[in-house]
Design a protein. Structure first.
Length: 378
């Protein structure tokens, strides 16, 4: 055999060895580990306009994980919760990238805000990482078959709000103010569609840029429109400022909105007296609130609706993982999520329909009176 032939054979052997090592390492790098903690992610607005919701979310997710770990974990393994601040904005892309590609989580709870979910969910779908979200823009679950939602879509709340204004308040002409993103647009569109189908007129529809602090020009346009009522889809910080400026402008119109108005700062401000809002039905029982407040970092937390939904979203993900402890992969978890069913805090039974939406959405109608939230009696 010539020296040239020997060199060719040796080179081929080296190439095959290197290729084999690369193939093996690449396969083992992406395969789910069978030892160590099971990592799940949380994407929530821990700072920014939705921070009160985000703090409720991380407290509730922490509780759900603690309960599983205290009971021995899943398949003998503990669960590790990794929380990332998406700020309720498109910064969620950074949060999802870290959770998926660096932390190697097997599933993600959240986001809470549709403005965060829209840009980030395709990353999880492409990576095959299941997501159990609270964000409510109707189209989000259509991103793909790894997307599940425990919270009713905005189309339900907007439609119910229209029925309240037209039927219960008997107002036929309305103005709508909404934050300019997927959440605000989704609620406003579903409200307007239902209101006009009932025979009402949307006299003015104003977009609000998130972070706006001066609403006086919008308030003037609402007044000039001749509207008989005002419908809002806005985040808590903006809602607080808007309600203050509405009061300063001596607003006499009834104000209707959705669950975001149920924020302690707004309720206790005195600016939102009489405001009516819809919220998905959930059970903030004394027992559940006590469990949240028993957590070392959350004893002073004002527990609100984000907590029960995040708790149930986390529990749904953990329940799916528990169904397939020998193969904690995205595909197996996704398949298991379709058959999850358990008594929830946000719903009597948490389970998903064929569209991966919560199977039975239910709502309450509330009103702010004397700086507290009561059932709407209208």
């Amino acid at each position: 055999m010539s020296k040239t032939m020997k060199w060719i054979i040796a080179l081929v052997v080296i190439i095959l060895v290197v290729a084999g090592v690369w193939f093996y390492s690449s396969k083992t790098a992406t395969a789910p580990t069978a030892t160590g903690p099971i990592k799940i992610g949380l994407s929530a607005p821990l700072t920014g306009e939705g921070a009160s919701w985000g703090q409720n979310a991380i407290a509730a997710a922490t509780l759900a994980v603690k309960e599983v770990n205290d009971a021995g974990g899943i398949g003998g393994r503990q669960v590790e919760l990794i929380a990332e601040d998406d700020k309720g904005t498109a910064e969620s892309v950074n949060a999802f990238n870290k959770l998926i590609n660096i932390d190697k989580v097997v599933g993600i709870v959240g986001p809470l805000a549709s403005a965060s979910a829209g840009p980030a969910l395709p990353l999880a779908q492409t990576a095959g990482v299941p997501v159990v979200m609270i964000a409510s823009a109707p189209a989000l679950t259509k991103v793909g078959d790894y997307m599940f939602r425990v919270y009713p879509a905005d189309s339900y709340q907007g439609s119910l709000g229209a029925d309240i204004v037209f039927t219960k308040l008997a107002k036929k002409k309305v103005a709508v103010l909404f934050v300019k993103n997927d959440y605000g647009q989704g609620v406003a569109d579903s409200f307007a569609s239902k209101f006009t189908s009932l025979g009402g007129i949307v006299a003015y529809k104003g977009e609000i840029v998130n972070g706006t602090t001066d609403f006086r020009s919008e308030i003037a346009k609402v007044k000039a429109s001749g509207a008989e009522a005002l419908y809002l889809a806005i985040y808590p910080e903006g809602g607080l400022i808007l309600s203050k400026q509405l009061k300063e402008a001596n607003n006499k119109l009834p104000v209707v909105g959705e669950v975001v108005l149920n924020d302690e700062k707004i309720v206790k401000s005195g600016y939102a007296e009489g405001y009516i809002f819809t919220e998905p039905k959930s059970d903030l029982s004394e027992d559940f609130v006590a469990k949240i407040k028993a957590l070392p970092d959350y004893k002073d937390l004002s527990v609100m609706i984000a907590a029960p939904f995040t708790y149930d979203a986390t529990k749904a993900l953990l329940s799916a993982i528990a169904k397939t402890p020998a193969d904690v992969s995205g595909l197996k978890i996704k398949e298991a999520l379709s058959s999850v069913s358990f008594p929830g805090v946000s719903a009597s039974t948490v389970e998903f329909g064929a569209d991966r939406e919560i199977k039975v959405p239910a709502f309450n109608i509330k009103q702010i009176k004397n700086k507290t939230v009561i059932d709407f009696a209208g």
